[in-house]
Design a protein around this ligand. Structure first.
Ligand code: SAM
Ligand code: SF4
Ligand code: F3S
Length: 456
């Protein structure tokens, strides 16, 4: 189908897009939205008002599959849209993993597009409006094609910037390498030029994205170039740089040094530990020990005092004993995480860990999980206490969900900060700007205080 045909079929159609999973998917959704906007489509706030309903899916844990089937099925009861036909599309990681097999669970899906097919989603949707066939594309695709698509950003002042896709690490519990393919780095200059362009458009903060940003460039140059990239991005004039995720085995001293030296790199590091037990880390194929991880934390803290360390932790990996779990608990307390994303292990068919038998009762795993969550609440609370009495520059994102008169934004350490909008001022004067806040309350998951000075 020609571009012109695609455009004439899709122009004026409304679309709804729901995204699950990680920032990679969030960014892919922004590209799909951007592509559809450029063809004259309009974003709808509700599936009931949409000619096109798109689910961007995640399969990192099991619950997501059932949720997707439920959501697709509930589309059947929606009223027919004004155009007379609703096209349902499933993209992202479940689409990539299952392809045509998805049809055995969902009978009302028209388009299935994999993680490397987002540049063609417009053609697949247009074809689906023209006939009653299923259109499926889960082929390995071209990374640059997707990164040159137009872009519909949720927030004008922040941008997700993928620097690489895929993963080579094959942690034994994880499905991601099977659905996102091997590591592919974007060209260095393309990333730097993109950030420079974003700065010109008024973007204040970028988050560089990859499953393991520390190995950026290895596929092209034979060795990582992440530290160089951070430095070059820092020279574009962007005010805040964040990145995620960092694999501890690849975080180099050069990168730590660069983080310390480049003022725009925020003092926050997401460094997934997964477990505090060296025995479990080995079974997970993480390729570092508890001692290696703690040494790395010391090196980071020595060079960047006060940095916020956050992490991902899995509880209940097959064969995890009480002793292994206690090692995780003690590591979390020793590191003093500012935040942690905690997950109960979810068996993923096709991964090596799925073959490991485990007889640990569900209640025992749940009880360990609850203890870990409590421990993290303690470390997060303690971390935030250091901010009491400090003046913190906050990038304002909007109003607090609970109170429209309260600003909400992020500190350099990625803490959520609240402050009442000053007398006589309005929210619009602050959103997308940086403002100082004098912190006088520090809770587990947020700080609050008073605005000091003007937004900038
Ligand atoms: N590449 C990132 C890293 O290594 O830090 C993580 C990406 S993964 C999408 C996000 C998190 O999901 C992982 O860090 C891990 O804690 C969790 N995860 C992955 N597979 C899982 C599984 N089978 N069960 C439970 N949690 C899992
Ligand atoms: Fe999954 Fe490990 Fe790759 Fe992260 S590094 S995406 S946890 S395989
Ligand atoms: Fe999920 Fe795919 Fe991300 S499996 S966590 S959306 S890479």
């Amino acid at each position: 189908m020609s571009h012109q045909d695609t455009q004439s079929i899709l122009a004026g159609k409304t679309y709804f897009i729901r995204t699950f999973g990680c920032q990679m998917n969030l960014h892919d959704s922004e590209r799909v939205s951007g592509l559809l906007d450029s063809l004259g489509c309009f974003l709808a706030a509700d599936p009931a008002d949409a000619d096109i309903v798109i689910f961007m899916t995640c399969c990192v844990r099991e619950a997501a599959d059932q949720r997707l089937y439920g959501q697709c099925s509930s589309c059947k009861s929606l009223p027919v849209p004004p155009s007379g036909k609703r096209v349902i599309a499933v993209g992202g990681c479940i689409a990539q993993r299952d392809g045509e097999r998805l049809l055995s669970h969902i009978d009302n899906v028209d388009v299935i597009f994999g993680t490397q097919a987002i540049a063609h989603v417009d053609e697949l949707l247009a074809q689906a409006f023209e006939d009653d066939e299923r259109h499926i594309d889960t082929a390995e695709g071209d990374l640059p094609a997707a990164t040159t698509l137009p872009w519909h950003r949720e927030q004008p002042f922040h941008a997700w910037v993928p620097i690489m896709t895929g993963c080579n690490n094959f942690c034994t519990y994880c499905i991601v390498p099977y659905v996102r393919g091997r590591e592919k780095s974007r060209p260095f200059d393309a990333i730097v030029d993109e950030v420079a362009g974003l700065v010109r458009c008024g973007v204040r903060e970028v988050t560089l994205l990859g499953q393991n940003v520390n190995s950026y460039g290895r596929d092209v140059h034979g060795e990582p170039r992440f530290a160089e990239l951070l430095r070059a991005v820092g020279e574009t004039g962007i005010e805040r740089i964040r990145f995620t995720s960092s694999h501890p085995k690849d975080l180099s001293l050069q990168t730590i040094e660069t983080m310390a030296e480049v003022p725009a790199v925020m003092p926050h590091l997401q460094l997934a530990v997964q477990s505090g037990s060296s025995r479990i880390l080995k079974l997970m194929n993480r390729r570092y020990s508890r001692e290696d991880y703690l040494r790395l934390v010391d090196a980071v803290r020595e060079r960047i005092p006060g940095i916020a360390l956050t992490t991902d932790i899995i509880v209940g990996f097959p064969g995890e004993t009480e002793e292994d779990f206690e090692q995780t608990l003690s590591l979390a307390e020793e590191v003093g995480y500012a935040q942690a994303f905690t997950f109960i292990y979810s068996r993923r068919e096709g991964t090596p860990a799925a073959k490991i038998e485990d007889s640990t009762p569900r209640e025992v795993i749940q009880e360990r999980f609850d203890r870990l969550v409590k421990a993290i609440e303690g470390t997060a609370y303690a971390f935030n206490q250091h901010e009491l009495g400090q003046r913190v520059p906050v990038l304002v994102e909007g109003a607090s969900k609970k109170d429209a008169r309260i600003l909400q934004g992020k500190s350099p350490k990625n803490q959520t900060v609240h402050a009442p909008i000053p007398e006589g001022a309005s929210l619009d004067m602050y959103v997308g700007h940086i403002v100082d806040v004098d912190v006088d309350v520090a809770r587990t998951w947020y700080l609050s205080g008073t605005v000091a000075g003007d937004p900038r």
